[in-house]
Design a protein around this ligand. Structure first.
Ligand SMILES: [Zn+2]
Length: 284
């Protein structure tokens, strides 16, 4: 069996398949980048970054917040807002309302973004953190509305806005209503700019579609996590549409930095310090 052969040849020296079978489920995880088998606890202790190759695992919003803010300082607001299913959407027998319920159960949150106030190394911020486990972090009416509410709070309290983006794009279940959020959030960020506000946007793996095409790329500072996928349409769609071979590393954070679309790539362990430094340097 090819998979077993690959495992046997991998670098976790002396660790036999027999032993692996004896391990309790959930103790190990495989790095999608270097394919090493890793202790889950070792990965978690390392901020969910692969100790072997620095691959940044995708993390949920609460884990992200715990890594980023001063302990216990996040005060979430508007957590009860939910979509009202404007199109009465049904896809192959599954209604949008059923998807919302299922993903609420899976992610522990009612929408694909959490907003609130927090402190990062003692600096007050308004924080918006997307939740990849809720309909792939897609932006519908509630995500757009909550992002705008975060902007209003940042203006009102003269605090920097920090957004952690992670999204599959606009939410198809809401059709044009979700596309409208691109204009709405972009207008809100423009208002923040006119008011002299400061917006740091952190692009994590993946930041795509309507979120990339709106507020995510409108930060005064654009930070990306290493190797994050950042783009509008996916590489396969582009390649098939325009019939060209795409360059190596296309749509990775490193490619975006090289082509001037992001300002810096910051390792997860340095994100807190870097955001604090940027706030000190740029906030009026
Ligand atoms: Zn790895």
């Amino acid at each position: 069996m090819p998979i077993m052969a690959k495992e046997a040849k991998s670098k976790w020296n002396g660790f036999s398949l027999k032993k692996r079978k004896e391990m309790p489920d959930g103790l190990w995880t495989r790095c999608p980048a270097c394919e090493q088998m890793l202790y889950k606890s070792a990965v978690e202790k390392n901020l969910n970054v692969c100790p072997e190759c620095d691959y940044h695992f995708r993390i949920d919003s609460l884990t992200r917040i715990s890594y980023l803010v001063d302990e216990g300082s996040f005060e979430e607001t508007h957590e009860h807002l939910t979509s009202n299913d404007p199109l009465d959407f049904n896809f192959r027998g599954t209604t949008y309302r059923q998807r919302l319920k299922a993903d609420e159960h899976k992610s522990g949150t009612k929408e694909a973004i959490r907003i609130g106030k927090a402190f990062i190394k003692g600096r007050g911020v308004v924080l918006a953190v997307m939740e990849p486990n809720f309909l792939m972090g897609s932006m519908g009416y509630v995500v757009g509305e909550k992002l705008c509410l975060a902007v209003e709070k940042a203006i009102e309290e003269k605090l920097p806005l920090v957004a952690i983006c992670s999204s599959g794009g606009a939410r198809m279940h809401e059709g044009v209503v979700s596309l409208g959020q691109m204009a709405k959030t972009s207008a809100a960020i423009a208002k923040l700019d006119r008011e002299g506000g400061f917006f740091i946007s952190v692009l994590t793996d993946p930041t795509t579609g309507g979120v990339t095409a709106s507020f995510a790329m409108l930060g005064d500072c654009l930070i990306a996590e290493p190797k994050a996928l950042i783009g509008f349409a996916g590489p396969r769609t582009i390649a098939e549409t325009i019939k060209v071979e795409l360059p190596e590393g296309f749509q990775t954070a490193e490619f975006m930095l090289e082509h001037g679309f992001v300002d810096m790539i910051v390792h997860r362990k340095d994100l807190r310090s870097e955001i604090a430094r940027l706030i000190d340097y740029c906030q009026k």
